[in-house]
Design a protein around this ligand. Structure first.
Ligand SMILES: Cc1cc2nc3c(=O)[nH]c(=O)nc-3n(C[C@H](O)[C@H](O)[C@H](O)COP(=O)(O)OP(=O)(O)OC[C@H]3O[C@@H](n4cnc5c(N)ncnc54)[C@H](O)[C@@H]3O)c2cc1C
Length: 391
């Protein structure tokens, strides 16, 4: 990269304190949602300060596994106002995504305060008071974009701590080589779980089991998949479910005999009820299931010293277990006391609407091709803030 983003490092920064900052706009998080929000504000002539707890922008992407490719294609994964670099693959890699985010911050000359963690938001005089790891900041407008996939969630399985094999969350998984070629298990059949299971099988593991509690809705990764999903989202969920199930039967076939029956609740009904997006999978992964190089087994009940016990009573010896068991938003300490969250800890206000005057959340609506969707949310929020500030 030729130029650095307008970032401020922990050492060179002055302590933040502003008792009269009600005109200030603060964005929390320098991931795709925070960067897009700040860029959309700049486009409307509003300067925003982005607070980022990590030492670099796009932190969550830097930590993802080596083989990760976006499951949404390039045109549906870009943020407003910038395409991916020429030569980027149709499903950009992790490193291409990190490079894109770095360039995005530079291109829009975003002011990012690195190494600054937001700890809590309270109502201030005519605005908001933000407690951060570097002091307090007052702001008239706040956009929280700290990530839906914020805190890795590892179920509290009985016996978990006694297990002598390796047990790690998918957020800590890097590559198949690091787990060896023994008996391996992946828990959870979302996008990451399916992809990691396939990587392990490809790397020549003796056995790969995929533990599944609830059969997932599945879609095959396709460059135009997000286009379909967006169109179908406009239909009533039941109708959308029927359409997607028909596509699934044609592209994937019936996986019942392998342990993955078609779920009773379809893609859009589940998305609406639980905020669970479907698993986007490659045909290669489906083939590995059909070849039984990935064996589907029941959900996990508990662990003992050397094995995993499943809910159907089976006991499986395993050298390593990757828990692709999802994330939590981790917003309770920050805004839990403001009544802005639902019972799952997800912001109630969606699509860039205000949760309270001057307080918005971006990036908390799970969608297929969420990156593209985030751009729309950022635009709506920036437009509303510009109107409020001018009027
Ligand atoms: C493994 C995985 C793969 C995915 N693949 C795709 C895909 O292919 N296509 C797609 O469209 N979507 C995908 N998503 C979903 C989603 O698009 C991404 O998670 C995306 O990064 C969300 O952007 P975000 O900015 O909301 O959150 P994040 O990327 O998580 O960024 C949040 C930022 O906020 C910072 N932060 C958090 N808390 C604080 C705090 N208290 N103070 C200061 N800073 C804070 C974090 O350090 C981070 O930099 C994927 C998600 C995961 C988990």
């Amino acid at each position: 990269m030729s130029a650095a983003p307008t970032t401020t490092s922990r050492n060179e920064r002055q302590p933040i304190h502003d008792n009269n900052g009600n005109g200030r706009v603060v964005v929390v998080g320098a991931g795709p949602a925070g960067l897009a929000s700040a860029a959309e504000l700049v486009r409307r002539g509003i300067r925003a300060t982005v607070l980022e707890q990590a030492t670099e922008v796009g932190w969550s992407w830097r930590g993802r596994y080596d083989g990760l490719r976006l499951n949404s294609s390039r045109p549906f994964s870009k943020l407003p106002g910038a395409r991916f670099r020429r030569g980027t693959g149709i499903f950009p890699s992790r490193d291409e995504m990190v490079g894109y985010l770095e360039e995005y911050a530079v291109r829009h000359q975003l002011e990012v305060r690195l190494g600054t963690r937001l700890e809590r938001i309270d109502r201030g005089h005519g605005g908001w008071l933000l407690r951060t790891s570097s002091g307090e900041i007052s702001a008239g407008q706040v956009i929280v974009a700290s990530g839906y996939a914020h805190t890795p969630f590892l179920p509290d399985w009985p016996g978990r701590d006694r297990f002598k094999g390796q047990l790690l969350h998918s957020a800590a998984y890097r590559n198949a080589q690091s787990l060896g070629q023994g008996d391996l298990m992946v828990v959870g059949a979302g996008c990451s779980g399916m992809e990691i299971a396939n990587e392990l099988a490809r790397n020549g593991a003796r056995r790969v089991r995929l533990s599944v509690r609830t059969p997932p809705n599945m879609l095959v990764r396709s460059p135009i998949g997000p286009l379909f999903a967006r169109a179908i989202l406009k239909l009533p969920p039941a109708k959308g479910d029927r359409l997607i199930n028909a596509i699934r039967r044609k592209e994937i076939g019936d996986l019942t005999e392998y342990g993955l029956p078609e779920p009773e609740e379809g893609v859009f009904s589940r998305l609406k009820r639980l905020g669970v997006a479907p698993a986007i999978v490659d045909k290669e992964t489906i083939q590995a299931i059909k070849d039984r190089r990935i064996e589907i087994v029941a959900g996990v009940e508990s662990f003992d010293r050397t094995a995993v016990k499943l809910v159907d009573g089976t006991r499986i010896e395993a050298d390593a277990v990757v828990a692709a068991t999802g994330y939590r938003c981790g917003l309770e300490p920050i805004v839990g006391h403001l009544g802005a969250l639902d019972q799952r800890g997800v912001p109630r206000a969606r699509h860039g609407e205000a949760a309270a005057p001057g307080l918005r959340f971006i990036g908390f609506v799970p969608r297929p091709a969420q990156l593209g969707y985030i751009g729309g949310e950022a635009k709506r929020a920036a437009t509303a803030i510009a109107e409020e500030m001018s009027g």
